[in-house]
Design a binder for this molecule. Sequence first.
Ligand code: CP
Length: 340
Amino acid sequence: MATQIDIRGRDVVTLDTFSAEEIRAITARARALKDAPPGTPLAGHSLAMVFFEPSLRTRASFAIAFGSLGGTVIDLVAGRDLWPLEMREGAVMDDLADEHVRDAARVLSEYADVIAIRALAHQGDWAQARRDTIIVSFQKHAGVPIFNMESVLDHPCQAWGDALTIEEALGEPRGRKIALVWTYHPKAKPLAVPHGVGVMATKLGMDLTVARPPGYDFDPSMLQTMRHAADSSGGSIRFVEDSAEAVENADVVYAASWGSIDLHADRDAERALRDGHRDRRITSALMASTDGARFMHAMPVRRNVEADDAVIDAPGSLVVQQAGNRLHIQRALFRGVLGV
Ligand code: CP
Protein backbone atom coordinates (compact mmCIF):
# COMPACT_ATOMS: atom_id res chain seq x y z
CA MET A 1 0.00 0.00 0.00
CA ALA A 2 1.28 3.49 -0.90
CA THR A 3 2.54 5.63 2.00
CA GLN A 4 0.14 8.40 3.06
CA ILE A 5 1.80 11.77 2.63
CA ASP A 6 0.53 15.33 2.75
CA ILE A 7 2.15 17.91 0.46
CA ARG A 8 -0.77 20.38 0.49
CA GLY A 9 0.31 23.99 0.02
CA ARG A 10 3.98 23.16 -0.64
CA ASP A 11 6.16 24.87 -3.24
CA VAL A 12 7.67 22.47 -5.80
CA VAL A 13 10.92 24.31 -6.51
CA THR A 14 13.44 21.55 -5.78
CA LEU A 15 13.17 17.85 -4.89
CA ASP A 16 15.46 18.56 -1.95
CA THR A 17 12.51 19.87 0.06
CA PHE A 18 10.71 16.52 -0.32
CA SER A 19 11.55 13.29 1.47
CA ALA A 20 12.23 10.08 -0.43
CA GLU A 21 8.91 8.78 0.96
CA GLU A 22 7.08 11.79 -0.48
CA ILE A 23 8.80 11.39 -3.85
CA ARG A 24 7.88 7.70 -3.97
CA ALA A 25 4.31 8.33 -2.84
CA ILE A 26 3.76 10.83 -5.66
CA THR A 27 5.21 8.48 -8.29
CA ALA A 28 2.95 5.72 -6.93
CA ARG A 29 -0.02 8.06 -7.17
CA ALA A 30 0.94 9.02 -10.73
CA ARG A 31 1.03 5.33 -11.69
CA ALA A 32 -2.38 4.74 -10.13
CA LEU A 33 -3.87 7.81 -11.82
CA LYS A 34 -2.69 6.58 -15.23
CA ASP A 35 -5.36 3.89 -15.15
CA ALA A 36 -8.12 5.95 -13.57
CA PRO A 37 -10.56 8.33 -15.26
CA PRO A 38 -9.24 11.84 -14.55
CA GLY A 39 -12.53 13.32 -13.34
CA THR A 40 -12.67 17.02 -12.49
CA PRO A 41 -11.02 17.35 -9.06
CA LEU A 42 -9.45 20.68 -10.04
CA ALA A 43 -12.74 22.29 -11.10
CA GLY A 44 -12.81 25.78 -9.62
CA HIS A 45 -9.00 25.88 -9.37
CA SER A 46 -6.66 27.83 -11.63
CA LEU A 47 -3.02 27.71 -12.68
CA ALA A 48 -1.02 30.71 -13.92
CA MET A 49 2.06 29.73 -15.94
CA VAL A 50 4.74 32.37 -16.60
CA PHE A 51 7.39 31.57 -19.19
CA PHE A 52 10.55 33.63 -19.48
CA GLU A 53 11.89 30.94 -21.90
CA PRO A 54 10.40 28.59 -24.53
CA SER A 55 9.07 25.16 -23.64
CA LEU A 56 7.25 22.28 -25.30
CA ARG A 57 7.05 19.43 -22.77
CA THR A 58 6.71 21.49 -19.62
CA ARG A 59 4.16 23.89 -21.05
CA ALA A 60 2.04 21.12 -22.61
CA SER A 61 2.23 18.74 -19.64
CA PHE A 62 1.41 21.43 -17.04
CA ALA A 63 -1.48 22.87 -19.08
CA ILE A 64 -2.97 19.54 -20.09
CA ALA A 65 -2.55 18.01 -16.62
CA PHE A 66 -4.32 20.93 -14.93
CA GLY A 67 -6.98 21.38 -17.63
CA SER A 68 -7.75 17.67 -17.96
CA LEU A 69 -8.54 17.58 -14.23
CA GLY A 70 -11.11 20.35 -14.68
CA GLY A 71 -8.96 23.39 -13.83
CA THR A 72 -8.42 26.68 -15.66
CA VAL A 73 -4.99 27.53 -17.08
CA ILE A 74 -3.51 30.83 -18.22
CA ASP A 75 -0.19 30.84 -20.11
CA LEU A 76 1.75 34.11 -19.90
CA VAL A 77 4.92 34.73 -21.90
CA ALA A 78 7.31 37.29 -20.44
CA GLY A 79 8.22 39.88 -23.04
CA ARG A 80 4.91 39.36 -24.84
CA ASP A 81 2.17 39.26 -22.20
CA LEU A 82 3.76 40.63 -19.04
CA TRP A 83 4.92 44.13 -18.32
CA PRO A 84 8.72 44.19 -18.02
CA LEU A 85 9.40 43.16 -14.41
CA GLU A 86 11.66 44.79 -11.83
CA MET A 87 13.27 42.23 -9.50
CA ARG A 88 15.31 44.52 -7.23
CA GLU A 89 13.82 45.25 -3.83
CA GLY A 90 13.45 48.94 -3.16
CA ALA A 91 14.30 49.90 -6.75
CA VAL A 92 13.50 53.38 -8.04
CA MET A 93 11.64 52.18 -11.13
CA ASP A 94 12.57 54.94 -13.56
CA ASP A 95 14.09 52.66 -16.22
CA LEU A 96 12.54 49.94 -18.45
CA ALA A 97 10.57 47.87 -15.93
CA ASP A 98 6.89 48.82 -15.60
CA GLU A 99 5.91 46.44 -12.80
CA HIS A 100 7.62 45.04 -9.72
CA VAL A 101 7.68 41.27 -9.24
CA ARG A 102 6.26 41.94 -5.77
CA ASP A 103 3.08 43.30 -7.35
CA ALA A 104 2.89 40.79 -10.21
CA ALA A 105 3.19 37.83 -7.81
CA ARG A 106 0.64 39.21 -5.35
CA VAL A 107 -1.88 40.05 -8.09
CA LEU A 108 -1.52 36.66 -9.82
CA SER A 109 -2.11 35.06 -6.42
CA GLU A 110 -5.53 36.74 -6.36
CA TYR A 111 -6.51 34.86 -9.54
CA ALA A 112 -4.61 31.59 -9.39
CA ASP A 113 -4.30 28.77 -6.84
CA VAL A 114 -0.88 27.81 -8.23
CA ILE A 115 1.77 29.87 -10.04
CA ALA A 116 4.36 28.11 -12.21
CA ILE A 117 7.52 29.83 -13.43
CA ARG A 118 10.17 29.02 -16.04
CA ALA A 119 13.17 31.33 -15.83
CA LEU A 120 16.72 30.36 -16.79
CA ALA A 121 20.07 32.08 -16.57
CA HIS A 122 21.58 34.13 -19.28
CA GLN A 123 25.12 35.35 -19.43
CA GLY A 124 26.73 36.83 -16.33
CA ASP A 125 28.40 35.94 -13.12
CA TRP A 126 27.39 32.48 -11.87
CA ALA A 127 27.37 33.69 -8.27
CA GLN A 128 24.58 36.07 -9.26
CA ALA A 129 22.76 33.71 -11.65
CA ARG A 130 22.63 30.86 -9.12
CA ARG A 131 20.52 33.00 -6.79
CA ASP A 132 17.58 32.13 -9.06
CA THR A 133 16.20 35.61 -8.47
CA ILE A 134 13.03 35.31 -10.54
CA ILE A 135 11.63 32.14 -8.99
CA VAL A 136 12.85 33.10 -5.51
CA SER A 137 11.11 36.48 -5.86
CA PHE A 138 7.85 34.81 -6.87
CA GLN A 139 8.22 32.44 -3.91
CA LYS A 140 8.76 35.37 -1.60
CA HIS A 141 5.85 37.49 -2.75
CA ALA A 142 3.17 35.05 -3.97
CA GLY A 143 0.45 33.87 -1.63
CA VAL A 144 -0.01 30.52 -3.37
CA PRO A 145 2.25 27.51 -4.08
CA ILE A 146 4.99 28.02 -6.68
CA PHE A 147 5.98 25.33 -9.18
CA ASN A 148 9.42 25.47 -10.77
CA MET A 149 9.04 24.74 -14.50
CA GLU A 150 12.88 24.93 -14.79
CA SER A 151 15.05 27.52 -13.18
CA VAL A 152 18.78 28.26 -13.15
CA LEU A 153 19.44 25.58 -10.55
CA ASP A 154 16.77 22.92 -10.83
CA HIS A 155 14.05 21.20 -12.83
CA PRO A 156 12.20 19.22 -10.16
CA CYS A 157 9.13 18.19 -12.17
CA GLN A 158 11.37 16.76 -14.90
CA ALA A 159 13.31 14.82 -12.27
CA TRP A 160 10.13 13.63 -10.55
CA GLY A 161 8.83 12.33 -13.89
CA ASP A 162 12.22 10.71 -14.49
CA ALA A 163 11.86 8.85 -11.17
CA LEU A 164 8.50 7.54 -12.37
CA THR A 165 10.06 6.41 -15.67
CA ILE A 166 12.92 4.63 -13.90
CA GLU A 167 10.47 2.85 -11.59
CA GLU A 168 8.40 1.72 -14.57
CA ALA A 169 11.44 0.50 -16.51
CA LEU A 170 13.53 -1.01 -13.71
CA GLY A 171 11.41 -1.28 -10.57
CA GLU A 172 12.74 0.14 -7.29
CA PRO A 173 15.47 2.73 -8.05
CA ARG A 174 17.47 2.06 -4.84
CA GLY A 175 20.76 0.34 -5.70
CA ARG A 176 20.37 0.94 -9.43
CA LYS A 177 23.28 2.50 -11.30
CA ILE A 178 22.69 5.65 -13.33
CA ALA A 179 25.35 7.25 -15.54
CA LEU A 180 24.73 10.94 -16.22
CA VAL A 181 26.85 11.60 -19.28
CA TRP A 182 27.78 15.09 -20.53
CA THR A 183 27.25 15.41 -24.27
CA TYR A 184 28.28 18.15 -26.66
CA HIS A 185 25.66 20.77 -27.56
CA PRO A 186 26.22 23.86 -29.69
CA LYS A 187 24.73 26.00 -26.89
CA ALA A 188 25.72 26.26 -23.24
CA LYS A 189 22.65 24.56 -21.74
CA PRO A 190 21.38 25.13 -18.19
CA LEU A 191 22.43 22.98 -15.26
CA ALA A 192 18.84 22.51 -14.12
CA VAL A 193 18.31 19.05 -15.63
CA PRO A 194 21.60 17.49 -14.44
CA HIS A 195 21.14 19.05 -11.00
CA GLY A 196 17.57 17.77 -10.80
CA VAL A 197 18.59 14.27 -11.88
CA GLY A 198 21.43 14.32 -9.34
CA VAL A 199 19.15 15.26 -6.46
CA MET A 200 16.49 12.71 -7.51
CA ALA A 201 18.96 9.84 -7.96
CA THR A 202 20.80 10.42 -4.68
CA LYS A 203 17.56 10.91 -2.72
CA LEU A 204 16.26 7.59 -4.02
CA GLY A 205 19.43 5.67 -3.15
CA MET A 206 20.79 5.24 -6.66
CA ASP A 207 24.50 4.99 -7.47
CA LEU A 208 25.16 8.01 -9.67
CA THR A 209 28.23 8.39 -11.85
CA VAL A 210 28.64 11.72 -13.63
CA ALA A 211 30.93 11.78 -16.68
CA ARG A 212 31.97 15.26 -17.74
CA PRO A 213 34.98 17.02 -19.24
CA PRO A 214 37.21 19.16 -16.99
CA GLY A 215 35.52 22.49 -16.24
CA TYR A 216 31.96 21.15 -16.24
CA ASP A 217 31.32 20.59 -12.55
CA PHE A 218 28.01 21.06 -10.74
CA ASP A 219 27.21 24.05 -8.60
CA PRO A 220 29.01 23.38 -5.28
CA SER A 221 25.90 23.91 -3.17
CA MET A 222 23.81 21.55 -5.32
CA LEU A 223 26.62 19.00 -5.14
CA GLN A 224 26.62 19.26 -1.37
CA THR A 225 22.85 18.63 -1.42
CA MET A 226 23.44 15.48 -3.51
CA ARG A 227 26.21 14.22 -1.22
CA HIS A 228 24.00 14.68 1.86
CA ALA A 229 21.13 12.94 0.08
CA ALA A 230 23.37 10.01 -0.89
CA ASP A 231 24.65 9.71 2.69
CA SER A 232 21.07 9.53 3.98
CA SER A 233 19.72 7.16 1.35
CA GLY A 234 22.63 4.74 1.02
CA GLY A 235 23.22 5.89 -2.54
CA SER A 236 26.43 7.34 -3.93
CA ILE A 237 27.78 9.96 -6.30
CA ARG A 238 31.13 10.00 -8.11
CA PHE A 239 32.61 12.00 -10.97
CA VAL A 240 34.74 10.69 -13.83
CA GLU A 241 35.95 12.20 -17.11
CA ASP A 242 35.50 9.20 -19.37
CA SER A 243 32.00 8.40 -20.67
CA ALA A 244 32.92 4.75 -21.32
CA GLU A 245 34.02 4.34 -17.70
CA ALA A 246 30.77 5.94 -16.47
CA VAL A 247 28.46 3.61 -18.39
CA GLU A 248 30.17 0.38 -17.25
CA ASN A 249 27.51 -1.65 -15.40
CA ALA A 250 25.00 1.19 -15.74
CA ASP A 251 21.29 0.41 -15.68
CA VAL A 252 20.50 3.85 -17.11
CA VAL A 253 22.54 6.12 -19.38
CA TYR A 254 21.12 9.64 -19.01
CA ALA A 255 22.53 12.09 -21.57
CA ALA A 256 22.61 15.78 -20.76
CA SER A 257 24.56 18.84 -21.78
CA TRP A 258 25.37 21.81 -19.59
CA GLY A 259 27.54 24.89 -19.68
CA SER A 260 30.59 25.60 -17.56
CA ILE A 261 29.74 27.60 -14.44
CA ASP A 262 33.40 28.69 -14.20
CA LEU A 263 33.03 30.43 -17.58
CA HIS A 264 29.40 31.51 -17.20
CA ALA A 265 30.31 35.17 -17.63
CA ASP A 266 32.59 34.59 -20.65
CA ARG A 267 30.53 33.20 -23.52
CA ASP A 268 33.44 32.99 -25.98
CA ALA A 269 35.76 31.18 -23.60
CA GLU A 270 32.96 28.79 -22.63
CA ARG A 271 32.24 28.02 -26.29
CA ALA A 272 35.94 27.41 -26.98
CA LEU A 273 36.13 24.97 -24.07
CA ARG A 274 32.92 23.20 -25.11
CA ASP A 275 33.96 23.00 -28.77
CA GLY A 276 36.96 20.93 -27.71
CA HIS A 277 34.52 18.18 -26.75
CA ARG A 278 32.44 17.88 -29.93
CA ASP A 279 33.03 14.15 -30.01
CA ARG A 280 31.16 13.56 -26.74
CA ARG A 281 27.99 11.94 -28.07
CA ILE A 282 26.02 8.86 -27.04
CA THR A 283 26.70 6.36 -29.80
CA SER A 284 25.38 2.89 -30.45
CA ALA A 285 28.85 1.57 -29.67
CA LEU A 286 28.79 3.23 -26.24
CA MET A 287 25.34 1.79 -25.49
CA ALA A 288 26.48 -1.62 -26.77
CA SER A 289 29.27 -1.58 -24.20
CA THR A 290 26.63 -1.67 -21.43
CA ASP A 291 24.64 -4.66 -20.28
CA GLY A 292 21.39 -3.47 -21.84
CA ALA A 293 21.27 -0.04 -20.16
CA ARG A 294 18.21 2.07 -20.88
CA PHE A 295 18.73 5.47 -22.52
CA MET A 296 17.22 8.67 -21.11
CA HIS A 297 17.26 12.34 -22.13
CA ALA A 298 15.02 15.16 -20.89
CA MET A 299 14.55 16.53 -24.44
CA PRO A 300 14.71 18.56 -26.59
CA VAL A 301 17.57 16.45 -27.97
CA ARG A 302 19.95 17.42 -30.79
CA ARG A 303 19.93 14.25 -32.90
CA ASN A 304 23.32 12.99 -34.05
CA VAL A 305 24.99 15.69 -31.95
CA GLU A 306 24.05 14.67 -28.40
CA ALA A 307 22.98 11.12 -29.29
CA ASP A 308 22.75 9.08 -32.47
CA ASP A 309 19.37 8.45 -34.09
CA ALA A 310 19.95 4.75 -33.48
CA VAL A 311 20.26 5.37 -29.72
CA ILE A 312 17.27 7.69 -29.41
CA ASP A 313 15.05 5.36 -31.46
CA ALA A 314 16.35 2.06 -30.04
CA PRO A 315 13.89 -0.27 -28.26
CA GLY A 316 15.75 0.44 -25.01
CA SER A 317 15.30 4.18 -25.28
CA LEU A 318 12.94 5.69 -22.70
CA VAL A 319 12.86 9.25 -24.04
CA VAL A 320 9.26 9.35 -25.26
CA GLN A 321 7.91 7.50 -22.20
CA GLN A 322 9.98 9.90 -20.10
CA ALA A 323 8.41 12.95 -21.79
CA GLY A 324 4.95 11.37 -21.53
CA ASN A 325 5.38 10.83 -17.82
CA ARG A 326 5.69 14.58 -17.31
CA LEU A 327 1.89 14.66 -17.72
CA HIS A 328 1.22 11.89 -15.21
CA ILE A 329 3.57 13.19 -12.55
CA GLN A 330 2.06 16.66 -12.97
CA ARG A 331 -1.48 15.37 -12.39
CA ALA A 332 -0.33 13.69 -9.18
CA LEU A 333 1.59 16.78 -8.04
CA PHE A 334 -1.24 19.23 -8.67
CA ARG A 335 -3.66 16.99 -6.80
CA GLY A 336 -1.20 16.61 -3.95
CA VAL A 337 -0.36 20.31 -3.61
CA LEU A 338 -4.02 21.36 -3.88
CA GLY A 339 -5.17 18.52 -1.61
CA VAL A 340 -7.85 17.14 -3.95
N1 CP B 1 12.37 18.68 -20.76
C1 CP B 1 11.77 19.89 -20.86
O1 CP B 1 11.61 20.62 -19.87
O2 CP B 1 11.33 20.20 -22.10
P1 CP B 1 10.81 21.65 -22.53
O3 CP B 1 11.98 22.60 -22.39
O4 CP B 1 10.34 21.50 -23.94
O5 CP B 1 9.71 22.05 -21.58
